[in-house]
Design a binder for this molecule. Structure first.
Ligand SMILES: Cc1cc2nc3c(=O)[nH]c(=O)nc-3n(C[C@H](O)[C@H](O)[C@H](O)COP(=O)(O)O)c2cc1C
Ligand SMILES: Nc1ncnc2c1ncn2[C@@H]1O[C@H](COP(=O)(O)OP(=O)(O)O)[C@@H](O)[C@H]1O
Length: 309
């Protein structure tokens, strides 16, 4: 996949004809995947590259005072997913005031026809142009005669629209099964292992402490059943997102105890998949009670995986 950065006003270049998908695609959920499927099919039929027009940062960053934006999937990982889907070209626009103020007509001229689109695929709720005033239907009416526009209908799960907002809300409530149903796979984040207080091993439950992602949305605080991928292997585990309240005020940390595992892995990168919310973090009166609870968590975790088989 070739990535081409664009900054309004960009210099016209010799772009190849393409099938163009439009959108931000945060999380690349099942709704986004429906667009990718459709785009891939059209690109194959026409024998031309599949391209995506997206933004280097989330548009809300220029409208709201909220940096860093917390993504469902950090940009570099999203690009890896696009490449796996067979996307050939990624047009990445820096979302600036100048870009946001383009009229709908200018956007179509510069960023659809200018990028040599021969077919366009958008979702049913797509909007574009200044104040996002133009809709997917407007795009179809403006463009269809010269460049066919496919509008992908609403993709639902459990009778409700799949959207990045819905996934964010579910993450904030620890509803990991709903998140997974919308994504088509478990919510996953990558992090490398940093040192903690070296207390875990004394409890009989060593925990790999992960560096905190700065730009990815965390699930709600609590204790979870997880899967840990490391060096091409997958391990069962249980993880905590919280403040280790039993031991006084700590900054929020992500810690994972990997079952049936005993290796030093400081500095290693792990991918944690969040499968199921077990319980809230508790403040125990004694270390002994915490250990007892960790043993219970382990029992529940093993049971979960045994039943999943
Ligand atoms: C599955 C799991 C459940 C946990 N539950 C709690 C809890 O309920 N209350 C709490 O204070 N700490 C909880 N912790 C965090 C432990 O306090 C923490 O892992 C321990 O203090 C070791 O810290 P260290 O890695 O910095 O040495 C939990 C950790 C894991 C892995
Ligand atoms: N089963 C395991 N799960 C997680 N980490 C483990 C495990 N076995 C050994 N380790 C190693 O032990 C370290 C955690 O031990 P711990 O006493 O909790 O120290 P720290 O507070 O530095 O995390 C991990 O970072 C990892 O290198």
């Amino acid at each position: 996949m070739k990535k081409i950065n664009l900054h309004e006003p960009y210099q016209p270049q010799n772009f190849p004809p393409c099938v163009l998908l439009l959108g931000f695609f945060d999380g690349v959920h099942l709704g986004h995947q429906a667009l990718l499927e459709q785009g891939r099919k059209l690109a194959k039929e026409k024998g031309i590259p599949l391209a995506i027009l997206t933004f280097s940062r989330h548009p809300s960053m220029i409208f709201k005072k909220q940096a860093p934006f917390q993504y469902l999937l950090p940009q570099t990982e999203k690009e890896e997913v696009f490449a796996e889907w067979g996307v050939d070209l990624l047009y990445c626009v820096e979302f600036t005031s100048r870009f946001a103020n383009l009229s709908a007509e200018d956007f179509v001229k510069k960023y659809i026809l200018g990028l040599q689109a021969r077919a366009v695929v958008v979702g049913f709720d797509y909007h574009y142009g200044a104040q996002k005033a133009a809709s997917a239907l407007d795009l179809k009416m403006a463009l269809d005669a010269i460049c066919p526009v496919t509008i992908v209908p609403c993709f639902e799960q459990g009778g409700k629209k799949v959207s990045s907002t819905r996934i964010r809300n579910a993450l904030r409530q620890g509803k990991m099964e709903e998140v997974q149903a919308c994504l088509g796979h478990a919510y996953t984040m990558k992090g490398y292992v940093v040192r903690g207080d070296a207390r875990g091993r004394t409890l009989g439950f060593p925990t790999a402490n992960l560096n905190m992602p700065v730009d990815q949305l965390l699930p709600m605080d609590g204790i979870y059943i997880v899967e840990v991928a490391w060096e091409g292997k997958t391990y069962q585990g249980m993880a905590s997102i919280g403040h280790n309240v039993t031991f006084g005020a700590h900054a929020r940390s992500i810690e994972v105890h990997i079952l049936d595992f005993n290796e030093e892995i400081y500095g290693e990168t792990l991918a944690i998949s969040w499968l199921h919310y077990l319980r809230a973090e508790e403040q125990f009166d004694s270390v002994h009670e915490l250990i007892h609870q960790l043993q219970e968590d382990e029992k529940n975790t093993r049971q979960y995986f045994a039943q999943r088989k």
